[in-house]
Design a protein around this ligand. Structure first.
Ligand SMILES: [Zn+2]
Length: 312
């Protein structure tokens, strides 16, 4: 563990009701999972599937299930959605252990990680136009799995350090991107354990498709990729359960773990829910928010069953 990164799991677990079992659990390396939605809308049936995966894995193993709100984008996140997520999860009975971690309260942690990456020489400033950056933020913010890096041509990576400094000092806004080639030269080949139907298997990391991801946005001193990687380590997460749409991000997160000296959890990427026509569920399907399902009279059990059923 990087001494520069503050471990918070002790603080979190101190506040848990069953403190004795939690300490034993941590000591024996028990399963710690998390559900990490962004409060940009109401909880959706697809979210419930993700939450259930983490909750069940933790409960079956006698471990801990954590809740984290990924709310670094203050322009899109709303407190009312955060409150609704918490309320809906509790209503569903998907209770979490310890305090809820809100990423917006932990920018110091992400700054510490950026400093370390900077010291390794694997960051560079990106001054690309507002329009280009906004497009990237929209893609990365609304759907982090979208391959924004693939479309970034690496323009600013090719600038000289003198040009970087000149532009930074001129007051131009800039994002910080990962120099992936430089990073991989430091880390060498990487892999992780993916929990599949047949048990864990070794998965080689191939971060090339996402390319030079943004690690500090122009408007936010962090990014999805950075915050997730740092938080999973700080919270002691041992098993990350999330949708298959995020598997490409995992390849990048593995690289960040290696650079930052953070432990690598196991991963379980679950199938995404689809509607009756096979189309992936999305936030646009308002009828599938937990709010509307509750209002239609469905019970928690019925909604949980539907979340697993729809997964096939
Ligand atoms: Zn650029």
């Amino acid at each position: 563990m990087d001494p520069g990164l503050r471990r918070e799991d002790e603080g979190i677990f101190d506040e848990r009701n069953s403190s004795t079992s939690s300490e034993e659990g941590m000591a024996s390396g028990s399963t710690v999972t998390r559900f990490a939605p962004s409060p940009t809308g109401y909880l959706h049936l697809g979210h419930v599937r993700s939450a259930l995966e983490g909750w069940r894995a933790a409960r079956c193993a006698g471990g801990h299930f954590l809740l984290r709100l990924e709310d670094i984008d203050r322009s899109r996140c709303r407190d009312e959605y955060a409150a609704a997520i918490i309320e809906d999860l509790a209503w569903l009975g998907l209770l979490w252990d310890g305090v809820v971690r809100k990423q917006s309260e932990h920018f110091d942690d992400y700054r510490g990680a950026l400093d370390r990456l900077e010291a390794l020489g694997v960051l560079y400033p990106c001054f690309c136009t507002r329009r280009e950056i906004q497009d990237e933020i929209a893609r990365a913010g609304s759907a982090p799995h979208v391959q924004s890096g693939r479309s970034y041509p690496g323009t600013c990576r090719g600038l000289s350090p003198g040009q970087w400094a000149e532009r930074q000092h001129s007051g131009l806004d800039y994002a910080l991107r990962l120099n992936l080639a430089g990073a991989l030269a430091l880390t060498g080949p990487l892999d992780w354990f993916e929990d599949g139907a047949d048990g864990p298997r070794r998965q080689a990391a191939d971060p090339a498709p996402l390319g030079d991801v943004v690690l500090a946005r122009k408007d936010v001193p962090a990014s999805y990729h950075l915050a997730v990687t740092v938080d999973d380590a700080l919270q002691g997460v041992t098993l990350v359960t999330r949708g298959a749409d995020l598997v490409e991000a995992t390849h990048v997160h593995r690289v960040l773990q290696a650079l930052l000296g953070l432990p690598t959890p196991r991963y379980r990427h679950h199938v995404l829910l689809t509607d009756t026509t096979g189309r992936r569920l999305s936030k646009r399907d308002r009828a599938l928010t937990i709010r509307s399902m509750r209002q239609s009279g469905m019970s928690p059990g019925e909604i949980l069953a539907r979340a697993m059923e729809a997964a096939g």
